[in-house]
Design a protein around this ligand. Structure first.
Ligand SMILES: Cc1cc2nc3c(=O)[nH]c(=O)nc-3n(C[C@H](O)[C@H](O)[C@H](O)COP(=O)(O)OP(=O)(O)OC[C@H]3O[C@@H](n4cnc5c(N)ncnc54)[C@H](O)[C@@H]3O)c2cc1C
Length: 296
């Protein structure tokens, strides 16, 4: 199913993000995680691209296996950083031949410690990749958005202008970077609507399961941990289970408020693990959290 159509019709709408494992053992473990989450009937699962040394062939094979054998709709992330147009065309041809209808078109991050460098005939920004996809393929195209602005952007206004460029280039839907304060997401949504970006915008939530790890992530992606949440996490940091319990409770409360604020669904960064996401989504389903939606 195309995500644009799913977003207009499917409720409740949950999606789960996974990263491709390096080897066959990791792939088997990931498929077990996906099968554990399948009863929650996600609208799609997404497969990240570019990190961890996975090859193009492995990513395409994994996307096909999830879609064809497990029966879940896949969104394949694709990044243009460092790739030539021919390499990108080969990837998109493979995905299209494999029956993948949805892609999340991204620039990608520079290699660790290195600077961003486009390939000589490649693309520098996601809007260029989206325009190429729109001209040459029939994918439903997603793009990234940043409630606390992209870390490289000099200002929120400039990031918003480039978000509009991605919408104008032909993006069909948006998925947000992770955040822990719903107001930053609602503020992005209001500002995006004000500049004419009217695409469905899925908030991305990452349940905290490990405090050190989340601190590394937020430092990389420019997200903020609100002071009160930080205090509660600090108080539990030597107790793994207590951190996980708080992470699940906090993300559940975030999700309920977002759904009541009118978001079309929630995208979960699962880190290839099922328990936290399963607990949160199960509680949202049990409480029919999406039914009491009020539009802002
Ligand atoms: C939901 C989600 C999923 C992700 N999945 C992956 C993944 O699978 N693999 C991976 O490697 N990374 C992934 N990332 C990280 C992403 O690649 C990085 O955040 C990257 O630095 C920016 O990607 P982008 O597509 O937003 O880039 P862009 O939209 O190109 O923006 C990058 C920066 O350049 C600015 N900019 C945008 N367009 C222009 C322009 N035309 N001219 C000048 N400046 C411009 C923006 O304001 C921003 O500061 C993901 C991020 C999100 C939010």
């Amino acid at each position: 199913m195309r995500i644009k159509d799913a977003l207009a019709t499917v409720r409740p709408f949950f999606s789960f993000e996974f990263f491709p494992p390096r080897d066959d053992a990791g792939s088997r473990q990931l498929l077990a995680t996906i099968e554990a989450l399948q009863p929650l009937r996600p609208a799609f699962v997404s497969i990240t691209y570019g990190a961890g040394g996975s090859t193009r062939a492995r990513i395409v094979a994994l996307a096909k296996e999830i879609q064809q054998q497990i029966g879940l709709t896949v969104v394949a992330h694709v990044t243009c950083v460092g790739a030539s147009r021919a390499e990108l065309r080969a990837l998109f041809d493979d995905l299209a031949r494999g029956g993948i209808e949805n892609v999340l078109a991204l620039r990608g991050d520079p290699p660790k410690g290195g600077a961003f460098k486009a390939a000589p005939d490649g693309f520098s920004h996601a809007n260029e990749l989206i325009a190429m996809l729109r001209r040459n393929y029939d994918f439903c195209i997603g793009a990234a958005c940043y409630p606390e602005k992209h870390p490289e952007a000099p200002s929120f206004e400039s990031d918003l202008a480039f978000l509009k460029a991605k919408a104008d280039a032909g993006a069909d839907f948006l998925v947000s970077q992770l955040f822990f304060d719903n107001e930053v997401f609602f503020a992005l949504e209001r500002r995006a609507r004000a500049v004419g970006v009217d695409l469905p915008m899925l908030p991305g939530l990452m349940p905290i399961t490990n405090f050190d790890q989340i601190q590394r992530f937020v430092a990389m992606c420019g997200a903020t941990i609100p002071p009160k949440l930080r205090v509660e996490m600090e108080a539990r940091k030597r107790d793994v289970e207590a951190v996980q319990d708080l992470g699940v409770a906090y993300a559940s409360m975030q999700a309920i408020e977002l759904l009541r604020g009118g978001v079309p669904g929630i995208h979960f960064y699962t880190l290839n693990r099922s328990p936290a996401t399963r607990a949160i989504v199960s509680s949202l389903l049990a409480a029919s959290a999406w039914r009491s939606t009020i539009m802002r």
